[in-house]
Design a protein around this ligand. Structure first.
Ligand code: AMP
Length: 111
């Protein structure tokens, strides 16, 4: 997708601090971290929101969650973490390529 910053990261056209990559997803450090550890898990396929989840994409998002769980220790998240998926304007979604925020590395505020 033209002009999508995460598509450009996936394609290697702009730099990112990648911590994991396979054929269908990447995980890289958020450039403006909101917690001690703040990563983004991004599917290589471009789609913006959960409203666009076909059965195949839903299975892909399931594999993304599974992968985050399996990489927990390697990512430094053994003591727990928070997953956030912002959807649309009211949630403050700024990049319109679905992504899962992974927050951890410290006790996270709730409220
Ligand atoms: P959201 O507000 O849920 O759409 O989240 C977008 C996230 O992408 C924000 O937390 C930004 O800090 C992050 N972000 C934007 N551009 C980059 C980039 N080039 N590399 C890493 N993270 C980025």
């Amino acid at each position: 997708m033209e002009n999508c910053i995460f598509c450009k990261i996936v394609a290697g056209e702009i730099p990112s601090a990648k911590v994991y990559e396979d054929e269908e997803m990447v995980i890289f450090k958020d450039v403006a971290p909101k917690a001690k550890i703040h990563l983004l898990c991004v599917p290589k396929e471009h789609f913006a929101t959960v409203m666009e989840l076909t059965d195949e994409r839903a299975a892909l998002v399931g594999r993304m969650l599974q992968k985050i769980g399996r990489l927990r220790d390697m990512l430094g998240l053994a003591d727990g973490f928070r997953l956030v998926v912002n959807q649309g304007e009211n949630a403050g979604q700024t990049v319109h390529h679905l992504h899962i925020h992974i927050l951890g590395g410290e006790t996270l505020p709730w409220e």
